[in-house]
Design a protein around this ligand. Structure first.
Ligand SMILES: *Cc1c(COP(=O)(O)O)cnc(C)c1O
Length: 413
């Protein structure tokens, strides 16, 4: 009997095995056929502290005993207020407003709508969005429009809106990026959206903090809104709570999701500066912010996020992040037979096989199978292998991950 489920980013025609997971704990997934699989990519970048973090699980259970979903338009509840208050304590002071949604994609859609609303309500309509090449911001039509074009979205291309694409600040070509941004900013665009310090889905491509800081400064000089999509980079992933911190950058709009609940349940927020909120504030209902999704600020998800914030506030999470970052860096540096090793906080990435292979290169499925056979959850992006584990991963598990990558480098190198 085959399952009726149509899986995401899965070519069912290849009939690759789809393991059934029955339990998750820490950095491990346990399958129905009795295997223990090391989750080396944090279940697609969401799990920060570890699977089934006890305080987050307890908060979910406790909240489920009190209140399930309630409407959030014109109503509120304690878990959402706790998350908003916590975010104001943790995040940059200039971000004074918190808008809830339910995924990274919606957090970005909300950010784009806020930016356009800001300009329209100021009586100076602007709609052009500037984007960084190799960017990824989600899989909805709007977020695909601001992301890199390629095999992922060829079928939908006619529906994607026009953006101005700034070249990625590759090593040695940073000035070209800044010059292109400066030129594009003179056309009075609404906003620039970037993944700070690392383009994730684009291939774990890193760029220096000073370039991020320079991009932010150019936007500020030209009165162009700066949107930081920290959906992947937020919550310690790059070594600091936010990647923007490393560049001393405070965005006008900040998108958070994935690790917001420690990766336990779906939730997202878009934080905005007071100026953006004020532009929508009026006696005129036509100027309100027209966005909601059914599960906006779901109380159970908010309870999980509040627990995550409490963990960041009372446990040495930065030490755990620093420790994992160091443990990753030594292992990545010791790998033989891989190219272009880059590490950024808890993320380590390296390229295997021939230079220039793309996402759909034959190496991808071969690597996926290779790691699957070794009970490792690694999901290469084309020929880029990256390790992005939960912060609690042990040395033993990390050694097993790197031993397999070393083996893969020999096999496929
Ligand atoms: C994952 C991701 C998104 C999309 O988040 P979803 O929850 O999958 O919709 C957006 N931006 C970045 C940078 C991401 O990594």
């Amino acid at each position: 009997m085959t399952s009726p489920i149509w899986h995401p980013f899965t070519q069912h025609g290849l009939r690759e095995p789809i393991p059934t997971v029955v339990r998750a704990e820490g950095a491990a997934l346990y399958t129905a056929d009795g295997r223990r699989v090391i989750d080396a990519i944090s279940s697609w970048w969401v799990t920060t502290h570890g699977h089934r973090e006890p305080r987050i699980m307890a908060a979910i259970a406790d909240q489920a005993a009190r209140m399930d979903q309630i409407i959030f338009a014109g109503w509120t509840h304690a878990p959402a207020e706790a998350v908003a208050a916590g975010l104001l304590r943790l995040m940059p002071d200039a971000l004074t407003r918190v808008f809830f949604s339910d995924s990274g994609s919606t957090a970005v859609e909300v950010a784009l709508k806020m930016a356009l609303g800001y300009w329209l309500n100021r009586g100076e309509p602007r709609h052009r969005i500037l984007v960084l090449d190799h960017g990824y911001h989600g899989d909805t039509i709007g977020t695909m429009s601001v992301g890199a074009r390629g095999a992922f979205n060829r079928a939908y291309e006619p529906l994607l809106f026009d953006v101005a694409t700034i070249p990625f600040p590759a090593a040695g070509a940073e000035q070209a990026t800044l010059d292109a941004l400066e030129a594009a900013c003179r056309q009075a665009p609404a906003a620039l959206i970037v993944e700070p310090l690392v383009c994730g889905a684009g291939g774990m491509l890193t760029y220096p903090a000073r370039v991020l800081a320079a991009m932010r400064a150019i936007c500020a000089d030209h009165d162009v809104l700066f949107v930081a999509d920290e959906v992947m980079t937020g919550w310690g992933r790059t070594g600091t709570l936010l990647a923007c911190e490393q560049a001393g950058v405070v965005p006008d709009i900040l998108c958070l999701s994935k690790g917001l609940t420690g990766g336990a349940v779906p939730l997202a927020v878009t934080m905005a500066s007071e100026a953006i909120y004020q532009a929508h504030l009026s006696q005129d209902r036509a100027r309100m912010f027209f966005h909601s999704s059914s599960y906006t600020a779901n109380p159970i998800a908010c309870a999980a996020a509040a627990a995550n914030i409490a963990i960041w506030e009372d446990e040495p999470v930065p030490d755990r992040v620093a420790d994992l970052s160091a443990r990753q860096a030594v292992r990545a540096a010791a790998l033989a037979g891989v190219r272009n090793v880059r590490t950024l906080g808890t993320i380590a990435a390296m390229d295997l096989g021939p230079d220039g292979a793309d996402y759909l290169s034959a190496l991808g499925p071969a690597l996926l199978a290779f790691f699957r056979e070794r009970d490792l959850l690694l999901r290469p992006l084309g020929n880029t292998v990256y390790v992005m584990p939960p912060y609690c991963i042990t040395d033993t598990d990390l050694d097993a991950v790197y031993a397999a990558i070393g083996e893969a480098a020999v096999r496929f190198g």
